[in-house]
Design a protein around this ligand. Structure first.
Ligand code: SF4
Length: 221
């Protein structure tokens, strides 16, 4: 699937943000929100000088809430961002480089303990901001896996996040370890691309780069 999507869509150049901190901000802000809205919040933060660690430390919580209002859920997301910076300062010398140097499993667990950080946000931060080799799954991949019958589940059950990342790890297990982060990076971006173009709430399989896989799996309608 990766190869077929890569051939159809080309390199995705993710993440769509400029610095590791912007990636982290984006990972928080994009929860339950379209990226366009995130861009407006990031621009507000930029204009207010709050898109650096220093700026985030200095900005009062009420102002941070106002700045990120365009991306929604700001009463929850603003304190979550402050909690991230507080953790960074208290445990990692206020340095994203020190944070990135921590072992992957321990770091993932620490991120998951933070308010407002679920598995998808934690893995997006690990992969796209901190360069760790972890797969990221989302609703688009869940739909694809379900529609193509990639993971057996009981009727009425949903495929879990962990099952999706385990499937992705298994799919790339034979590739050289040093290139796997790039493959995880690209594969997630590509599944988002095909999800947006074809595999939303309703599948639009005609013209989809993965339609031949669906036919092979005997699942084409
Ligand atoms: S072929 Fe259909 S089900 Fe498969 S990814 Fe494309 S739109 Fe989704």
């Amino acid at each position: 699937m990766h190869d077929r999507l890569a051939e159809a869509y080309g390199p995705q150049h993710w993440w769509p943000a400029k610095t590791p901190l912007e990636v982290i901000l984006g990972a928080y802000l994009t929860q339950n929100t379209a990226w366009k809205a995130v861009e407006r919040s990031l621009q507000n933060l930029r204009d207010a000088g709050a898109i650096t660690l220093e700026g985030l430390r200095a900005v009062p919580l009420a102002k941070l809430r106002r700045l990120i209002q365009p991306s929604g859920f700001f009463t929850r997301k603003a304190p979550a961002l402050k909690a991230f910076v507080a953790m960074l300062d208290a445990e990692f010398d206020g340095s994203l480089e020190t944070l990135a140097a921590a072992p992957t499993l321990a770091l993932r667990k620490r991120l998951l303990d933070l308010p407002g950080v679920g598995p998808e946000t934690a893995d997006a931060i690990l992969l796209y901001a901190l360069g760790h080799s972890v797969p990221v799954a989302d609703e688009y991949l869940r739909r694809i896996a379900e529609r193509h019958g990639l993971i057996a589940i009981e009727p009425g059950r949903r495929i879990s996040y962990d099952a999706l990342t385990a499937l992705t790890r298994a799919a790339f297990a034979a590739d050289p370890a040093q290139g796997r982060a790039r493959l995880f990076n690209e594969f997630h971006a590509l599944t988002v691309a095909v999800g947006k173009a074809h595999c939303g709430r309703t599948a639009r399989c005609e013209g989809c780069p993965l339609a031949s896989d669906l036919r092979k799996a005997g699942r084409a309608s």
